[in-house]
Design a protein around this ligand. Structure first.
Ligand code: AMP
Ligand code: MN
Ligand code: MN
Ligand code: MN
Length: 293
């Protein structure tokens, strides 16, 4: 029997229904071409393309897992001094018809267009006028307008050479086009996922710059509200982060997840199904897909 953690499951990917650039059919075709043993679509805050991706996966015989990546605002309990951080929680193997999840995601999406107008106003103050319509035109699903669409609009105008510079110079904290936003609470995001029969996973825990103490409180709180897994191998971690997060994953008795966080050829260096296997990082990791293999 093949050990489960050697399998090529890729459980974090986006389409143009959120901030990716591929259609559901193009993305599923790519995952199939790359010999994925299992594949999850995890668009931000929307289930719009889950049906189309599932249908495409059935056509080519790819094992499909319905998923979502929920935007969360989180601050350690009792920490009243610091601002809240944006954390992403992936839900895997969810029922896309679950009413609680659908209503929750709708509430998270709600503020995005107003926020987009505000981002455009801030950029205008930094001598980049009238960019709202250009960003909106790049968002296939208008209610999912997000910073990546502004980043692509800044590239298209020739203001920066790529989206990473757009984020670094304009769209991240401390820069002219950034404004804080209130997303879902951690407890609600996990509750919606569990309500839909899914498993909650902390996406790319290395990305939040929480430090040792912050990460510990996040993991403890996540577990106390029903979270079960963290991403270890992800396109949003550097390879040097795989081993430390494998260690933390085992220490907290979490299941380990793996996914490219693929947004499209121009945005993400690694295609779905191409990252190292969990077994190459640590043979003792328990893969989250043991729940739905
Ligand atoms: P939003 O939900 O509108 O705040 O956009 C968040 C998305 O922006 C993430 O899911 C990533 O796809 C992308 N993103 C965030 N930070 C960066 C960065 N530094 N470089 C490139 N993309 C980023
Ligand atoms: Mn994204
Ligand atoms: Mn994310
Ligand atoms: Mn993602």
């Amino acid at each position: 029997m093949i050990a489960a953690n050697t399998l090529n499951f890729d459980l974090h990917n986006h389409t143009a229904a959120s901030d990716g650039t591929l259609s559901a059919l193009e993305l599923v075709t790519l995952a199939h071409k790359n010999s994925c043993d299992g594949f999850a679509l995890t668009d931000h805050d929307t289930l719009l393309n889950v049906g189309a991706a599932h249908a495409a996966a059935l056509q080519c015989g790819l094992n499909f897992i319905a998923g979502v990546e929920i935007s969360v605002s989180w601050r350690a309990e009792g920490d009243i001094d610091s601002a809240s951080k944006t954390i992403h929680i992936v839900g895997l193997n969810i029922d896309p018809t679950d009413k609680t999840l659908i209503a929750g995601l709708e509430s998270v999406r709600g503020g995005r267009l107003v926020r987009g107008r505000e981002i455009a106003r801030l950029l205008a103050l930094a001598d980049i006028p009238d960019i709202f319509d250009e960003a909106l035109a790049l968002a296939e699903n208008k209610e999912m307008l997000g910073r990546p669409h502004f980043a692509r609009a800044l590239v298209a105008r020739g203001i920066v050479k790529d989206i990473h510079h757009a984020f670094r110079r304009y769209l991240t904290e401390g820069n002219p086009g950034y404004l804080p936003h209130k997303w879902a609470s951690l407890a609600d995001a996990v509750k919606w996922i569990v309500s839909a029969g899914g498993i909650a996973v902390i996406a790319h825990p290395g990305r939040y710059r929480l430090g040792h103490v912050g990460l510990n409180s996040l993991f403890i709180e996540f577990k106390s509200v029903g979270g079960q897994s963290i991403e270890v191998v992800t396109g949003s971690h550097s390879p040097s982060e795989y081993a430390p997060f494998a260690r933390l994953c085992k220490e907290f008795d979490f299941y380990a997840s793996r996914g490219a966080d693929f947004h499209g050829y121009a945005d993400t260096p690694t295609e779905p199904g191409k990252l190292p296997r969990l077994s190459e990082i640590d043979r003792d990791l328990r893969p989250v897909w043991s729940h739905f293999q």
